[in-house]
Write a protein that binds this ligand. Structure first.
Ligand code: SF4
Length: 389
């Protein structure tokens, strides 16, 4: 087990950690012990039992595993929680694109942050003059990272279930170093939403079922990123122009309105990745996984895969009513190898309506049963709009 040299107290080590972490670009630094996260575990159990984890397998793992840092590293004595602001600014007015959640405008944060975490560990080892056994990660291991971060003082849970920090709001990534050193723990994060209910009132799909309880099955972030199947038809109109994730419950939060300031990490800025909007037509033309990887490698947008991202772009196109995209949607409906994409392309054509879209919907040679049902529903929709119009 790691131990500090005789001349260094845990408080000295904590101070050194704070200084080095800030130099490395982390905005928030906190420490908690490596004991099980009981409160977070209890909340997770209730959420899982209510079926709100949808089909996210990693969130359905046993509570005892997800809430115990020692399951990740046996020798763990402290969890160092770090926060990195990713706020890249506000979305400009939509030029007719698929909207991207702010955390995904730039490069994929996983590798970038992990590299800095290991560098931080090396610097600590050098300065403290001891070897540190550590596990470094961000959002990629089975642990309730938000609960650990709350316990380490990084913020409090808002009604939108995000961790909110009184100084920087909630647009931040959480990263962790589980270490075998004893460091003095920080007091847990405190704060309150007061009487505010904006996120609950403004969530387009009503996903926030109760304060702090988000039903993934209705959450646009889940539906457009983790979900591998269709976006349920009744929810598609509510997804709006979001093609990857959703920020609404953070966007409306008064803490972000007054506290969020641009991340100093250039990697998370719009210039480093996909930016605030996807060009829908360009995405709809991607037919193979290889092309998709080439186009989005190194960004978070690879997460839903080619089919998922094209599915989402079809929904954005339909909700934006983009008539100029009828030819691209027609090509998807005729040529895309994935029934998931073809079915959502049909839905978008039904939403857009008009003679050209109806002609495409009537003229196909589809043989997938689900797609045929989507085409029928789209035609009913388009015909209805035509008769109302
Ligand atoms: Fe809390 Fe209001 Fe922010 Fe929701 S929008 S997390 S209720 S402060």
């Amino acid at each position: 087990m790691g131990s500090l040299p005789a001349h260094t107290t845990p408080a000295d080590a904590r101070k050194i950690l704070e200084n080095r972490a800030r130099e490395a670009g982390f905005d928030l630094v906190g420490v908690t012990g490596a004991e099980p996260l009981e409160e977070g575990g209890e909340r997770l159990r209730e959420w899982q039992e209510a079926g709100m984890a949808a089909d996210m397998g990693y969130m359905q793992r046993p509570v005892g595993l997800l809430s115990n840092p020692k399951k990740l590293q046996k020798s763990a004595r402290s969890v160092v929680s770090l926060g990195v602001s990713y706020y890249p600014g506000e979305h400009p007015e939509n030029p007719g694109g698929g909207r991207v959640a702010r955390y995904a405008w730039g490069r994929d944060y996983h590798e970038i942050i992990k590299e800095r975490l290991y560098r931080l560990r090396r610097e600590l080892e050098q300065e403290l003059g001891t070897r540190i056994k550590a596990r470094a990660f961000t959002d990629a291991v089975p642990l309730l990272e938000r609960s650990a971060a709350q316990k380490a003082g990084l913020g409090f849970f808002g009604r939108n279930s995000c961790l909110i920090n009184g100084e920087i709001g909630s647009y931040f990534f959480i990263a962790d170093l589980i270490v075998d050193l004893h460091l003095p723990p920080d007091p847990p994060g405190t704060g309150t939403c007061g009487r505010c209910t904006r996120c609950m009132d403004r969530c387009p799909t009503g996903a926030i079922q109760a304060p702090g309880v988000v039903d993934a099955r209705r959450c646009i972030s889940y539906l457009t990123i983790e979900n591998r199947g269709e976006i349920p038809r009744h929810l598609r109109p509510l997804v709006g122009d979001w093609a990857f994730g959703c920020d609404i419950c953070q966007e409306v939060c008064p803490y972000n309105k007054t506290k969020a300031s641009r991340s100093p990490w250039p990697e998370f800025g719009a210039a480093s990745g996909a930016g605030p909007y996807l060009e829908i037509e360009e995405v709809l033309e991607i037919r193979t996984d290889e092309e998709f990887e080439k186009r989005f490698a190194g960004t978070p947008l690879t997460r839903p895969g080619r089919e998922g991202l094209l599915r989402n772009c079809c929904v954005s196109a339909g909700n934006l009513g983009l008539r100029e995209l009828v030819p691209a949607l027609a090509r998807c409906l005729r040529e895309d190898p994935s029934p998931l994409v073809r079915g959502h392309a049909a839905w978008a054509l039904g939403e857009i309506g008009g003679d050209a879209a109806i002609k495409v919907l009537r003229g196909g040679a589809e043989d997938d049963a689900w797609c045929l049902r989507e085409i029928e529903a789209a035609l009913r929709n388009a015909d209805r709009s035509a008769s109302v119009g």
